[in-house]
Design a protein around this ligand. Structure first.
Ligand SMILES: Cc1cc2nc3c(=O)[nH]c(=O)nc-3n(C[C@H](O)[C@H](O)[C@H](O)COP(=O)(O)OP(=O)(O)OC[C@H]3O[C@@H](n4cnc5c(N)ncnc54)[C@H](O)[C@@H]3O)c2cc1C
Ligand code: SF4
Length: 510
């Protein structure tokens, strides 16, 4: 029963990372003194909607299929957390609706992470974690037969300009190409690589999943002068409760984790003032991610047939000429985003390419669903000032750095050159770009590193300042990756459980 037992570990936040960490620690860890099976709780602020049997890729579980309609997570209740950065609030987290663009961490990512925070991670140390995630998420290269006309146009035009184009890695198994994918849809057919196999593994290994319980704070108490995490306080159906645990592992994501730590009195004194229990200036800092924009165009031929959403596609990468980290990634999207979501009538009607009214508007509504395309330009792992997450989860950062805008303009020029080379060419191209940018695929707000002056946890995910406290989701990844965020975060989580089991939940560990 919650509240009346002490768990060996409580994992807070059942998202992409939390499900991996809870499932594997329960499966592989033991009580170091007795060798007994561990008692683990996985506590989550949102509901447990997508229960059902083990995943059945390509078919789906009948119970889950009934619950998953072809709408986006933004249209579900409860709504995502009120934080910037879009965090799904339910058991499974963003690992349920993500787009499936599955880039394992590159060797350059490890160089970059070590460089920014001194973390001791390396491709060799992560080899098993990478293999685990490749298998659990069915990572493979985009399949050519699944690419639509828009993607082929991109491929031919970019290749003819001398660019090396490569297929985007994808995470799917027995995908039936339903098209409702890529921008926040859940997969009815269990074909998308998701958190579901880990949730199933967690349940089979006795993890107690406690949904609808928002954790308000981590209980940090002083033993002598040492701050120690003793458990969590949560609210469930309006009732407050406490859960005691030997270890508290927080996996509430890039925005959720710093918000929770700040609420618990752990963070920069300049933010917390006299609510400070433990000070660390890095909590909430170093917000990083991808910086992007799109060049949108309208064709007078169909770019896709039927519902083929074009989630699988070609891309090209341009390395920074000065050899700095920061890849410009350019890829074709068959709709302004990637799949059917923006093709909903109420969104299409307000599309920048839509004529305002009259017969032209009507014709646009009839055809544009298959004819609007775009090339997205993303600056990944950029060199920039980085941002901050405030106590309400707001992302604060500079959005008009001229150096970043210049680099994005260079990418947009490449995209325009590719568009101009397409055959057939689009009938309209939006050549005006905003002088602002936003950052997505966020990470880094409680980063791992060797020095507490620049990080919050060490390379083994142990908090520098609070004993028995661990962090292991997006917030610990030291900086933005060269390939989005989901698979890097999952790979870090797959490394985290290995370190936590080795150091704390193996027979004879202190
Ligand atoms: C629409 C969309 C598409 C995406 N597509 C891609 C893609 O194609 N490729 C890619 O690499 N990345 C993609 N991403 C990003 C990727 O999904 C995320 O980076 C990743 O899932 C984050 O994992 P996480 O474990 O850090 O956080 P999450 O999965 O968000 O997990 C955090 C969990 O903690 C819970 N939580 C938070 N606070 C509390 C609290 N106080 N109490 C209890 N529970 C709490 C949340 O409800 C959530 O379940 C996409 C994201 C979005 C929104
Ligand atoms: S396109 Fe996406 S949502 Fe549809 S079956 Fe394939 S993986 Fe699932």
């Amino acid at each position: 029963m919650e509240g009346s037992v002490t768990y060996d570990a409580v994992v807070v936040g059942a998202g992409s990372a939390g499900c991996i960490v809870a499932a594997r620690i329960a499966e592989r860890g033991v009580n170091p003194r007795t060798g007994d099976r561990l008692r683990i709780a996985l506590i989550e602020g949102g509901p447990y909607y997508f229960k059902g049997g083990p995943p059945r890729p390509g078919y789906g579980d009948p119970e889950r299929r009934r619950r998953i309609t072809n709408i986006r997570f933004l249209e579900f209740k409860p709504q995502p957390w009120p934080y910037d950065g879009l965090q799904n609030k339910m058991v499974g987290g963003c690992g349920l609706h993500w787009g499936g663009n599955a880039y394992l961490p590159f060797d350059e990512d490890f160089d970059h992470w070590r460089q920014v925070s001194g973390v001791d991670w390396s491709p060799e140390k992560f080899a098993e974690a990478k293999a685990e995630i490749t298998q659990m998420y069915h990572i493979h290269s985009s399949i050519l037969e699944n690419m639509n006309r828009g993607n082929l146009l991109f491929h031919d035009a970019a290749s003819s300009l001398g660019y090396k184009v490569t297929p985007v890695p994808m995470s799917r198994y027995n995908c039936i190409n339903c098209g409702y994918c890529g921008s926040g849809h859940f997969c009815k057919y269990d074909a998308k690589g998701t958190t579901l196999p880990y949730i199933d593994l967690a349940e089979r290994n006795g993890v107690e999943i406690i949904p609808d319980a928002e954790v308000e704070k981590i209980l940090i108490e002083k033993r002598g002068t040492t701050p120690v995490a003793e458990g969590v306080r949560y609210v469930r159906s309006g009732q407050a409760g406490e859960l005691r645990a030997d270890k508290v592992i927080v996996t509430c994501g890039t925005s959720g984790t710093p918000v929770l730590l700040l609420r618990s009195g752990y963070g920069p004194r300049e933010v917390l003032g006299d609510r400070t229990i433990v000070e660390n200036p890095n909590v909430g800092k170093h917000l990083d991610g991808d910086i992007g924009r799109s060049v949108v165009c309208l064709f007078d031929v169909d770019l896709k047939d039927g519902s083929r959403g074009g989630v699988e596609r070609w891309q090209l990468s341009l390395t920074d000429s000065q050899g700095r980290h920061g890849w410009m990634n350019v890829q074709m999207n068959d709709s302004p985003n990637c799949s059917v979501d923006e093709m909903y009538p109420h969104l299409l009607a307000f599309h920048p390419m839509a004529p305002e009214f009259g017969w032209e508007h009507k014709e646009f509504m009839r055809t544009a669903g298959k004819r609007v395309g775009g090339i997205s330009v993303t600056l990944r792992a950029p060199d920039w000032e980085r941002g901050v997450v405030d106590p309400n989860g707001k992302h604060l950062y500079r959005r008009d750095d001229p150096a970043i805008l210049k680099r994005l303009d260079e990418g947009a020029e490449v995209a325009l050159a590719i568009i101009d080379r397409m055959n057939p060419r689009p009938v309209r191209v939006n050549r005006k770009f905003p002088n602002r940018y936003t950052v997505s695929h966020n990470v880094g707000t409680c980063r791992a590193g060797e020095n507490r002056k620049t990080s919050v946890v060490n390379s083994d995910f142990e908090c520098h300042d609070v004993e028995n406290l661990f962090l292991a989701s997006g917030e610990v990844v030291p900086s933005g990756s060269l390939g989005h965020s989901h698979i890097p975060i999952c790979t870090v989580a797959a490394y985290a459980w290995r370190r936590i089991v080795a150091n704390h939940f193996s027979r004879g560990t202190p």
